[in-house]
Write a protein that binds this ligand. Structure first.
Ligand SMILES: [Zn+2]
Length: 322
């Protein structure tokens, strides 16, 4: 499926020409992506007195691969995507980053994937942050859910690894930080993760602005860390509470809900400890249903928030923002 119409192709060429850009560059990058961009790359909503700004970083149009989900076939994956009215040509994995504004202070949840460091169809966080009127220099706290590329590469500049947010406090679970930076870790990682492990080990221990957290601590007013291990050993979710309102920032616990709401037992290549990730996912979804809470996730459809309901022995996800 080619989501770009002839009209928008012509419009992007005309825009490129008007902006004095090389039209050939614009055309090739436009054709590299099938999924339409959101009309607006940011979306603001409130949880009580806390403002949430969802920022679109981009999408990974992941080619189908039999190794993607250990206990499901490519056909079953396609069936789940079709039932959610998504394309079956590839697995659409969008990426959304959240900023919370609490008493005028901006708290960023993860850092996006960084320009040109993850997928060519992502790395749009900085642009959408500016469009939303947020100045990255005013971000003084960053909560990091886990150390996968799409969540941490936005902390480091491409090539130099210079910190993008040198003045921000970086909060992460002690488990996650210690696991990735432990001596001998890189050698034990699977081949596909070795480069990530090397980058983490060569950069993060030099930085002095990490705060390591143990337990389910309140990390900012109205914001509590929730342990959600399995996707990675120290993966964290975050619970936002203000007045009678709550939002669970689930990060990668429910990954792509089109796949994992109807099949919470699926163990993906993205989950480091499959059985633990499944148990954590089921418990977190049961909790948000019991507490009638809105949920957002890094790989939910933009702008990323919705509700879960029981559906037999599995779940159904309904986006609530558009
Ligand atoms: Zn992720």
């Amino acid at each position: 499926m080619l989501g770009l119409s002839r009209r928008s192709f012509l419009a992007s060429s005309a825009l490129a020409a008007a902006a004095g850009l090389d039209a050939r560059v614009m055309i090739s990058s436009a054709f590299a992506q099938n999924t339409a961009e959101p009309a607006k790359g940011y979306y603001k909503y409130n949880v009580g007195a806390i403002q949430v700004t969802a920022l679109y970083d981009g999408i990974w149009e992941k080619p189908h691969d039999p190794g993607f989900i250990k206990n499901a076939s490519v056909e079953e994956t396609k069936e789940a995507l079709a039932r959610a009215s998504l394309t079956t040509d590839f697995v659409p994995i969008p990426l959304t980053v959240v900023v919370l504004t609490i008493n005028g202070r901006h708290v960023l949840i993860d850092s996006g994937s960084g320009g040109g460091q993850w997928q060519p169809t992502a790395g749009k966080l900085a642009r959408n942050m500016a469009a939303a009127g947020l100045d990255p220099r005013e971000v003084k706290t960053i909560l990091i859910s886990h150390f996968h590329p799409d969540h941490i590469f936005g902390l480091m500049e491409k090539g130099t690894n210079k910190p993008t947010f040198p003045d921000a406090e970086l909060i992460v679970t002690s488990t996650e930080y210690k696991w990735w930076t432990e001596p001998g870790r890189v050698e034990k990682l699977p081949e596909a993760r070795k480069a990530l492990g090397q980058r983490i080990q060569s950069v993060f221990p030099q930085w002095k602005n990490f705060t390591l957290v143990e337990g389910e601590k309140e990390v900012a007013p109205g914001l509590r860390l929730i342990n959600a291990p399995g996707h990675t050993p120290g993966h964290a979710a975050y619970l936002v509470a203000s007045g009678n309102h709550q939002l669970m920032i689930s990060n990668d616990t429910a990954y792509v809900p089109a796949l994992l709401a109807p099949h919470p037992e699926w163990q993906g290549a993205y989950d480091q400890d499959g059985p633990l990730a499944v148990a954590t996912r089921k418990a977190l979804i049961e909790r948000v249903i019991a507490e009638k809470m809105m949920v957002c996730g890094a790989h939910f459809p933009f702008p990323g928030a919705g509700v879960f309901q029981k559906d037999g022995t599995a779940f159904a996800f309904t986006p609530v923002l558009a």
